[in-house]
Design a protein around this ligand. Structure first.
Ligand code: UD1
Ligand code: CA
Length: 455
């Protein structure tokens, strides 16, 4: 039987107290909804439908997936009403798996069990026992099977004592689901069409409802407010770090690292506290990331040492580079092998070739720096005239003295030496010393100003 997945994602998420639709709230750097979609794709569904409504445009813009079917729910009248919107395009012969856009930590393996254990004509609900079930729908069983689900706001005090809750995940043959959804009413405490009411209808029609328990309550946690969002973030981070530790990555403290994207690590990688990885980051064999680093969409080559307090974005390094402390590598910074970049150095859209050093207080932008170049403290590539950007080229083995301004476009010859304090505007010859400097002189008869002196 083919599988349709319907993801309910139209709700506003009032409890978030945010202008951003709930399903776009970020978890590990991605919208909640993107996590649910990823899980759905892994299950290999034939048809995935997202029911959207609140923040419709923002939600569609944020999700870049052309194969999706979208069903608009213009008014959010409850989870049952949301499901009704998805039914027109859902083939009658399919099984329908319902997922919630605000239950993002679900693992495909858990859903595979649900799909595997439920006979094709039956219905199933994924449940879990919660220490504190407050806020969730309670699962009421009779003779082992589920007989109904009662929402917190409609529950009697004895029903509130039930700790088995509805995770929101349901599985049902489409043909039956359509019939039951047509018969929902909103006669309840919240005046909403509850999807959960179809359970009692199923029981009435003598369709068995299997209550299948998930292994952990963390996995099925529903995110309704910022506190739950933060809890889910920590839980997901723990999961990501666990996977990396199993591959042999060392962490000074697994609780003090954040991965907001995909972190791929080689062997013998060590990561100290408060490192944040965003987007796609690759760390080669033997790389060390010291404390307080932000690394976004970058690739650090084998044996690279990233000292504390760096900001690295869209950069690549070859092997055995040493960066920081306090360096900033911006998009297009490409360091080859054995390059050293020191404190308060900013590098943008530039190639720095093997063995070169840019150690102190320097800005390198739109430059090509050759091999074994030494860039002195306080060097600046003046790459921008207020309208256009220009390139600086520095040949192999050149030595740039301290405090040099290289006014681009400009080229420094191989092996050239540039005297400290020079403002270079013209090409400089290879292997020669070039200086640009006013003659030093001392003003005769000059007097130090004194307080209360002549105005
Ligand atoms: C729901 C369940 C509850 C379950 C809990 C699990 C119902 C009636 N209740 O309650 O039994 O324990 O989830 O987390 O189903 N949505 C829409 N359109 C709407 C309303 C909601 O698309 O009109 C979407 C929301 O965007 C959200 C999901 O459905 O992704 C759940 O809605 P929410 O309002 O959070 O339901 P809960 O009160 O948490
Ligand atoms: Ca919810």
């Amino acid at each position: 039987m083919r599988l349709s997945i319907v993801i309910l994602a139209a709700g506003q998420g009032t409890r978030m107290r945010s202008d951003l639709p709930k399903v776009l709230q970020p978890l590990a750097g991605k919208p909640l909804l993107a996590h649910v979609l990823e899980c759905s794709r892994e299950l290999g569904a034939d048809d995935i439908c997202v029911v959207y409504g609140h923040g419709a445009e923002a939600v569609q813009d944020a999700i870049d997936d052309e194969a999706l079917r979208w069903a608009l729910q213009t008014e959010q009248l409850g989870t049952g009403h949301a499901m009704q919107q998805a039914m027109p395009g859902t083939p009658d012969d399919n099984r329908v798996l319902v997922l919630f856009g605000d239950v993002p930590l679900l693992l495909p393996a858990t859903l595979a069990v649900l799909l595997g254990e439920t006979p094709l004509d039956d219905m199933a609900v994924l449940t879990v026992d919660m220490e504190d079930p407050t806020g969730y729908g309670r699962v009421i069983r009779e003779n082992g099977s589920v007989s109904r689900i009662v929402e917190e706001k409609d529950a009697s005090s004895s029903e509130k004592g039930v700790r088995e809750i509805n995770t929101g995940v349901m599985l049902c043959p489409a043909i039956r689901l359509k019939r039951w959804l047509d018969n929902l009413s909103n006669d309840n405490a919240q005046g909403e069409y509850y999807l959960t009411d179809i359970i009692a209808m199923a029981v009435n029609d003598k369709v068995r409802v299997h209550g299948i328990k998930a292994g952990s309550s963390v996995e099925v946690m529903g995110i309704n407010d910022k506190k739950q969002l933060a809890e889910a973030e920590r839980a997901l981070q723990a999961r990501l770090v666990d996977e990396l530790m199993q591959q042999g990555v060392g962490f000074a403290d697994p609780a003090r690292v954040d991965i907001r994207g995909t972190l791929t690590c080689g062997k013998e990688v060590f990561i100290d506290v408060n490192a944040v990885f965003e987007g796609d980051v690759e760390l080669g064999d033997g790389t060390v990331v010291e404390s307080n680093n932000l690394v976004r969409d970058s690739k650090l080559g084998r044996g690279t040492l990233l000292h504390s307090n760096c900001h690295v974005e869209g950069a690549t390094t070859g092997s055995n580079c040493e960066i920081g402390p306090f360096s900033r590598l911006r998009p297009g910074a490409e360091l080859k092998d054995n390059v050293k970049v020191g404190n308060f150095v900013e590098i943008k859209k530039s190639v720095v070739d093997d063995g070169s050093k840019v150690n102190h207080l320097t800005y390198i932008g739109d430059a090509e720096i050759g091999k074994a170049v030494n860039v002195g403290a306080g060097t600046i590539t003046c790459n921008y005239d207020g309208a256009n950007k220009f390139k600086t080229r520095i040949g192999d083995g050149a030595f740039i003295g301290s405090g040099v301004e290289l006014v681009a476009p400009v080229e420094i010859g191989e092996g050239a030496t540039i005297g400290a304090g020079s403002t270079i505007t013209k090409p400089t010859p290879a292997d020669k010393l070039t200086l640009e400097r006013a003659k030093q002189f001392t003003v005769q008869g000059w007097k130090k100003p004194v307080k209360g002196g002549k105005k």
